[in-house]
Design a binder for this molecule. Structure first.
Ligand SMILES: [Fe+2]
Length: 194
């Protein structure tokens, strides 16, 4: 199996001004493309050649193959978890579960932002769902993700500097606040097992 870069489901300028066209273009065509290319190169002649991306993420040991597969998978999720700026919010059973777990939607947003701010160095902040249906916030370093731990990734935000430095410089907190305007809650709702 050759791993390929998926097209974005929107234009490179669609998330502006919260995430600008230059960031999206570099992030997709350079950073994400590099993970795909590295993964295709590294799996040749290994047990991971021909394996699905999900299975590689779930089974590869720490190292180059996991790092590039994890980042390929993470970015595939991240692009679809965003959409053009809107006033969307979670709905139905997902909203009920968020309120039950975190106190309110605003409390959830505060705790999610804090998870992203507390992620040291490069990594991701996630809202994940456990097998028993419960929700939890997760911070993962580098290419880590909920999938490698058998959890369902509902919402994730890339807090590598390449995700925000052009638009926000070092102000990760402002990037995380802006992120709410481009969350595709319809996609997150679809991921939720309610
Ligand atoms: Fe990234």
């Amino acid at each position: 199996m050759t791993h390929t870069l998926p097209a974005l489901p929107y234009a490179y300028n669609a998330l502006a001004p919260y995430i600008g066209e230059e960031t999206m273009t570099l992030h997709h065509t350079k950073h994400h493309q590099a993970y795909v290319d590295n993964l295709n190169r590294l799996v040749v002649g290994t047990q991971f050649e021909g394996m699905s991306l999900e299975d590689i993420v779930k089974t590869a040991p720490a190292g180059g193959i996991f790092n590039n597969a994890g980042q390929h998978w993470n970015h595939n999720q991240f692009w679809t978890m965003m959409a053009a700026p809107s006033e969307q919010t979670p709905t139905g059973a997902l909203m009920d579960s968020i309120v039950k777990t975190f106190g309110s939607f605003d409390d959830f947003k505060t705790k999610f932002e804090a998870t992203g701010l507390a992620t040291f160095g490069s990594g991701w902040a996630w809202l994940a769902q456990n097998a028993d249906g419960s929700l939890e916030l997760m911070s993962s370093s580098n290419a880590g993700n909920p999938l490698q731990h058998g959890k369902n990734a509902l919402l994730g935000v890339d807090v590598w500097e390449h995700a925000y430095y052009v638009d926000y410089r070092n102000r990760r907190a402002d990037y995380l606040k802006g992120f709410w305007s481009v969350v595709n809650w319809a996609n997150v709702n679809d991921r939720f097992n309610g």
